[in-house]
Ligand binder design. Structure first.
Ligand SMILES: Cc1cc2nc3c(=O)[nH]c(=O)nc-3n(C[C@H](O)[C@H](O)[C@H](O)COP(=O)(O)OP(=O)(O)OC[C@H]3O[C@@H](n4cnc5c(N)ncnc54)[C@H](O)[C@@H]3O)c2cc1C
Length: 421
């Protein structure tokens, strides 16, 4: 008998685990509180996510799903006097050259329907309010659905509940506080926002400000996601509604002003706050933490969904590889799972530090290419987060230049303020 798994949450992490388990004939139930399609943030994917789509057998569905192709990332100063374009095809990894910009409402719905089609049971809308570890092994999950409070038991749990982190909070798992200041993100969708020319039309654009940054993510159907990330402290010091302050920040950024002239907002302004955490261990003998339920770092390099998909797949693989053993997932496999994703997390943290430090940002905005360090950087931002040696040592040079610049200031920081300094 194949053991049963309950998956808490039906975002990309939950759906990817469910697809694999169901395809292999394992009984699996996903419990998701929202009715899909629903809005969710996290719209710019990395090329490395395509590996997961191939593994899940959904690449063709995604290609046919009407999502915009993304070929790179562009960094622009607020006054647009400096612009750095990272095309993935210029990277060292020739298999990581393009990705997708996705409207999450459609994307998450597609994946969850694939899980259903593969044979997963989907409880939706159903809000989990309690998880309990059973004495003889396994778990009981209690949830609310249609005014009822049913319970379900299973041998394994996969927490894919995103930043709600149901299991981590329930088990009071030790988490690592990441040394990042708290931040606030305010964002909305627009229509009529002009695209970059030619092959760059699907690129994400990022403009760093003194205490935050702005993203512009083009999507299919003339839709563009625009978001503003601000330090929580400076957010608290300001006044006005999130909507007013968002519009004011966009209006004050010259590079955006001209492009917003004929654009209009087509949905509500959303807000998220207070993020960046990581649990110390991502797995136990009968559970896995996946995606944001395991860790969340700053979204600047768009790694969240790629990590969610990959960790969902790895959790399902581990259950399938080890479930015949009475005692559940062996300690070595639990540790290997944590190590694998912590390693990727460390790489993303180094890039995040580089971006937020003025000295590091100066290096990022003045790319020089001794020893081919720029193609190496392109591959890492394409999602090569556990890079082989030939990319790793080049990344080390970039990070060393940043540390040296912190000390000796040999590369000036480009303008961070919309107005002349
Ligand atoms: C401002 C911001 C910008 C971002 N930009 C990007 C980006 O450009 N690219 C990128 O890759 N990532 C980005 N991210 C990160 C991305 O949103 C997440 O990493 C990704 O969605 C994680 O997927 P997940 O499946 O782990 O969790 P989620 O996508 O959050 O899915 C969790 C699911 O669990 C369900 N759930 C939660 N609690 C319960 C409950 N009690 N009962 C039942 N169901 C429950 C939720 O409804 C949800 O559907 C961004 C994040 C933020 C905050």
């Amino acid at each position: 008998m194949k053991p049963e798994t309950i998956i808490l949450g039906g975002g990309p992490a939950g759906s990817s685990a469910a697809i694999l388990l169901a395809q292999a004939g394992y009984p699996v139930t996903v419990i998701e509180k929202e009715t899909f399609p629903r809005f969710h943030i996290g719209e710019s994917l990395l090329p490395s996510a395509n590996r997961s789509f191939c593994r899940l057998g959904v690449l063709e569905d995604i290609q046919a799903g009407g999502f915009l192709e993304k070929r790179g990332a562009e960094f622009t100063t607020p006054t647009r006097d400096k612009e750095v374009i990272n095309q993935f095809s210029d990277g060292m990894r020739k298999d990581l050259t393009s990705a997708f910009q996705v409207e999450r409402a459609k994307f998450d719905h597609l994946l969850l329907e694939r899980a259903r089609g593969a044979g997963a049971a989907i409880e939706q809308p159903a809000r989990i309010h309690q998880v309990q570890s059973n004495e003889g092994g396994g778990w009981t999950v209690s949830y609310e659905k249609n005014g009822q409070s049913p319970q379900k038991t299973a041998r394994y749990l996969i927490d894919a509940s995103g930043r709600n982190r149901i299991l981590g909070k329930h088990l009071k798992l030790p988490d690592e506080s990441l040394p990042y200041p708290k931040r606030v993100a305010v964002f909305a969708h627009f229509r009529g926002f002009p695209r970059r020319p030619g092959e760059r039309a699907g690129n994400i654009e990022i403009t760093r400000l003194a205490d935050g940054w702005i993203w512009m993510i083009p999507m299919a159907g003339d839709r563009t996601s625009i978001g503003w990330v601000s330090g929580l402290q400076s957010w608290k010091e300001g006044s006005g509604s999130p909507e007013e302050r968002f519009e004011q920040t966009l209006a004050e950024t010259p590079w955006l002003q001209e492009r917003l002239a004929n654009a209009s907002r087509i949905g509500p302004v959303h807000m998220e706050s207070d993020y960046s955490y990581s649990y110390q261990n991502f797995a136990g003998a009968d559970y896995f933490l996946t995606g944001d339920a395991a860790c969340f770092i700053d979204p600047i390099f768009s790694s969240g969904v790629a990590f969610a998909l990959e960790s969902g797949i790895a959790a399902a693989d581990s259950i399938m590889n080890h479930s015949p053993q009475e005692k559940g997932i062996p300690l070595a496999a639990q540790k290997a799972y944590t190590r694998r994703f912590q390693k990727g997390l460390q790489t993303m943290r180094k890039l995040t530090d580089l971006f937020y430090s003025d000295a590091g940002y100066a290096i990022l905005m003045n790319p020089k290419n001794p020893f081919g360090i720029v193609p190496a950087f392109n591959s890492v931002v394409a999602g090569e987060v556990r890079p082989p040696f030939r990319i790793r040592w080049r990344l080390w040079i970039i990070l060393s230049l940043y540390r040296l610049n912190e000390r000796y200031h040999f590369v000036p920081t480009p303008p961070l303020s919309p107005s002349p300094q």
